[in-house]
Ligand binder design. Structure first.
Ligand code: DGT
Ligand code: CA
Ligand code: CA
Length: 355
């Protein structure tokens, strides 16, 4: 299964500001050189309909938006990561193995828990979509098939809020009319070379002589390209080993009240406990992340002997919070987070009988 969130940053911005809901929204990375230099990071579907797309210079986007009610906003990566982390958690819970790819998408291997039953996989996909919508107010597009490459192509096929399922016999008819440039993993340079050979579509590629492809691209790449055209992909869903695990939350209002802040930390620690168990991870360092009303971030850490006790996270973050409040008596916090790092992952614990 491949899951990709729809117009991710723009949808998040739309959700947290009712004044711009339903309008075209453009999220930008301002480079800071001049007021309008930089590029569009993403736009929601309303803005895309006007022709404003990711990667476009802001100046050009503003020209297109002229005279129209389009909202331009700067990226707020911390916030997007906070939500992304929660969504990745809920997807991890619904999969045997999850491989996160970037901030808003992941491959989920659900083979074992569905016993390879496609209908069960569809149920899981619907559950994930429902949770993402009810818990975060977002939509996602999902593709389900027998391998990662086709699942990715499928999730891209129907957007936003799509669910595309490709059974084995449907893969080739689905792929064959795609332009080679639209096949995931084939970039501009390769497309150009393929086009020079007269290969325009996946069908052209699949029927091209493999030996001749090898002459052009070398054995491995030729095989890879040929496989793509037929929807073949044996690569496993592989979890990325994490360097740290963190949870950040936004307080209901800016505050320096230790009880309210600690309550949030405690809530976050419940979440983190699930992550610790799921990942079978121990840690040496606990950090407290504070973001105040002026959006100034501070991190305080403490290192200890290896442990997997959530109680350690709770008690150490409380100490760090007390320290922070002593040192910053005038600051109110907007957001607070906890993090564990210096991680050690244990393989699934085997019982003695198994040896
Ligand atoms: P989608 O998936 O077509 O509904 O729309 P997005 O916005 O989710 O696009 P996607 O999945 O390619 O990228 C996820 C996020 O990554 C997106 O919300 C913003 C960021 N992003 C995408 N493309 C660019 C880019 O060219 N530049 C920068 N700075 N950020 C980008
Ligand atoms: Ca996306
Ligand atoms: Ca994406």
């Amino acid at each position: 299964m491949h899951v990709d969130l729809d117009s991710f940053y723009a949808s998040l911005e739309e959700n947290r500001n009712s004044a711009i809901r339903g309008k075209p929204i453009v999220v930008c990375v301002y480079s800071g050189r001049t007021e309008e230099s930089g590029a569009v990071s993403t736009s929601n579907y309303k803005a895309r309909a006007l022709g404003i797309k990711a990667g476009m210079p802001i100046i050009l986007a503003k020209r297109i938006a002229k005279g129209k009610d389009v909202t331009f906003l700067p990226v707020d990566m911390d916030y997007y990561r906070e939500v992304s982390d929660r969504i990745m958690d809920l997807m991890e819970d619904e999969s045997d193995i999850m491989e996160q790819v970037g901030i808003d998408e992941a491959y989920l291997d659900v083979t074992e828990r569905t016993n390879g039953d496609l209908d069960k996989a569809i149920e899981i996909a619907e559950k994930i979509k429902e949770k993402i919508t009810s818990q975060e107010g977002l939509t996602a597009s999902v593709g389900i098939s027998s391998n990662k490459f086709v699942a990715k192509m499928a999730s891209d096929f129907q957007k936003p809020d799509g669910l595309t399922v490709l059974k084995d016999g449907e893969i080739i008819p689905f792929l064959e009319n795609f332009k080679v440039s639209k096949l995931h993993g084939i970039g501009d340079k390769t497309t150009k070379s393929l086009n020079e050979l007269g290969i325009e579509t996946a069908r052209d590629l699949s029927s091209y002589d493999l030996k001749e492809l090898e002459e052009m691209f070398g054995k491995n790449k030729a095989r890879l390209l040929h496989d793509k055209s037929l929807g073949i992909d044996d690569s496993p869903v592989e979890p990325k080993e994490k360097k740290q695990l963190s949870r950040i939350g936004t307080l209901k209002e800016d505050t320096k009240n230790i009880d309210i802040i600690f309550e949030k930390i405690f809530e976050l620690s419940k979440d983190m406990e699930q992550r610790i168990i799921k990942n079978n991870v121990s840690f040496r360092t606990v950090s407290l992340i504070t973001i105040d009303s002026e959006l100034k971030t501070q991190t305080k850490s403490e290192t200890m002997p290896l442990t997997k006790e959530i109680q350690k996270v709770v008690s150490v973050s409380k100490e760090l919070l007390e320290k922070y409040l002593r040192e910053n008596p005038d600051r109110k916090l907007r957001r607070v987070g906890i993090r564990i790092s210096n991680l050690e992952f244990s393989k699934i614990q085997r019982t003695l009988d198994e040896f």
